[in-house]
Design a binder for this molecule. Structure first.
Ligand code: FPP
Length: 223
């Protein structure tokens, strides 16, 4: 079983279009997939789940869509807090939280605090996240610290520290791109791409990804 699974959740918009629905209903269905994936990760022994929920590039979408996504995020966290707590989930975020709307920041902090003592799945939401920016920030912080510049020291200054790198990266909706997600951390990560749109990514699709991972021969560059 992979210890750490990262997911680029893609295809909410195309799923909605396919159903003749507004894009925001695609995101809403995507939030249900988030709930299911978090729950199954706990059941199956995945220790950490990192979800790309909002990229630095996503601000370029219509203001209605950005507002709708932010409201959905806050609403989902408030609605799911009890269930997450019951399942022992811990919550953290990576990247520029301070540029998110204040109400979203507040809900995030309240939920993080509430789930703080839990010992189950570590759910990391990448919000307003960009992989290159994260590397630049880590380099700045490392230089300020005065430590020697090594792979290990730079890793310790990444926002993902102290958690191990993802074992498996899942991307939905058939796109073969990293899209600026966890660039440093995915050096040896197994990548799994499925044509399934994120709102349709439920139990069967997640199982298929994990089965595929179990067939991989991970050599980390060695013979
Ligand atoms: C990608 O689909 C999805 C997003 C940009 C947002 C992901 C957000 C959620 C699943 C909602 C709630 C999140 C949490 C953590 C509760 P897309 O819009 O890029 O789809 P498209 O490529 O088909 O247009």
């Amino acid at each position: 079983m992979p210890r750490h699974v990262a997911v680029i959740m893609d295809g909410n918009g195309r799923w909605a279009k396919q159903q003749g629905l507004p894009r925001l209903l695609g995101h809403r269905a995507g939030a249900d997939s988030v709930r299911e994936t978090v729950r199954l990760s706990g059941e199956w022994g995945v220790e950490a789940l990192t979800l790309f929920a909002f990229s630095t590039e996503n601000w370029a979408r219509s203001s209605d869509e950005v507002r709708g996504l932010m409201a959905l995020l806050a609403r989902t966290l408030r609605r799911e807090a009890d269930e997450l707590d019951k399942n022992g989930v811990r919550l953290r975020t990576i990247e520029r939280i301070e540029t998110l709307p204040t109400s979203v920041q507040k809900t995030l902090q309240q939920t993080i605090d509430r789930l703080n003592g839990n010992r189950g799945v570590v759910l990391t939401l990448a919000l307003n996240y960009g992989g290159r920016q994260e590397i630049v920030d880590a380099v700045k912080s490392l230089l300020v610290s005065g430590e020697a510049v090594t792979e290990e020291s730079l890793s310790r200054h990444m926002q993902t520290a102290p958690f191990p790198d993802p074992d498996l990266l899942i991307r939905t909706s058939g796109e073969y791109r990293l899209s600026n997600f966890l660039l440093w951390q995915c050096a040896y990560t197994e990548i799994y791409v499925t044509p399934t749109y994120w709102p349709d990514f439920r139990r069967e699709a997640y199982l298929a990804a994990l089965h595929d991972y179990q067939r991989r021969d991970r050599r980390f560059g060695k013979a």
